[in-house]
Write a protein that binds this ligand. Structure first.
Ligand SMILES: CC(C)(COP(=O)(O)OP(=O)(O)OC[C@H]1O[C@@H](n2cnc3c(N)ncnc32)[C@H](O)[C@@H]1OP(=O)(O)O)[C@@H](O)C(=O)NCCC(=O)NCCS
Length: 172
């Protein structure tokens, strides 16, 4: 593919019909499968074996590294860090500068990797850190700036450091 500085390109990636919109400053290396109408914003970096579902938007400067699955209709805002093993469902919101961690005792070269799973409809606020092995269940919501050390049950609202369950999640 040919890139020109500061432009978007519609390229044909495996598994889609050429509708993925990828900024030419984004880096896509490895086995990347993009669904229909995916948008990859400037300076995002996707390196590994990565599958992204239809209509998902990857914000600028996001880093997605290793084996990662991201579902359909997901939004990841700028600077999110999504490491290997992470599985994100459909209709998930990942706020700016979210950090997902996968190695409990780094650097373990894989021995203590514990992937994070974020299930359908969950919302993760800006600046949240999610520790290895946590599952954020369906439609749960994490308040901005939280440190999530334990799995968050379906539909619940949690925030703080460490994040505590404070009630049920609401949508505006
Ligand atoms: C979690 C959230 C939904 C709670 O909203 P809310 O129910 O209206 O809560 P309130 O603002 O009434 O705050 C209630 C209490 O929780 C505290 N609180 C609220 N959000 C908090 C957070 N994220 N972390 C720690 N404490 C928080 C408040 O300080 C307040 O404490 P107090 O009772 O001692 O005064 C909201 O604060 C939030 O974090 N939204 C996500 C924002 C975000 O990251 N957006 C990303 C895209 S821009």
């Amino acid at each position: 593919m040919e890139y020109t500085s500061g432009h978007w390109s519609l390229d044909i990636y495996p598994g889609n019909d050429g509708t993925a919109l990828v900024h030419n400053t984004a880096i896509l290396v490895g086995d990347i499968t993009l669904g229909k109408n995916v948008t990859i914003h400037p300076y995002a970096q996707l390196v590994g074996v990565i599958t992204i579902g239809d209509n998902t938007v990857i914000g600028s400067h996001c880093n997605i590294l290793g084996d990662v699955i991201i579902g359909a209709n997901v939004k990841t805002q700028s600077n999110a860090f999504i490491p290997g093993g992470t599985i994100i469902g459909d209709n998930v919101f990942i706020g700016p500068s979210v950090t997902i961690l996968n190695d409990k005792f780094p650097p373990s070269e894989g021995k203590s990797w514990m992937p994070v799973i974020i299930k359908d409809g969950a919302t993760v606020g800006g600046g949240v850190t999610i520790l290895p092995g946590v599952t954020v269940y369906e439609n749960a919501s994490i308040g901005g700036g939280s440190v999530v050390t334990k799995s968050i049950p379906q539909g619940s609202l949690a925030y703080g450091n460490p994040a505590q369950i404070k009630g049920m999640a609401e949508r505006a």
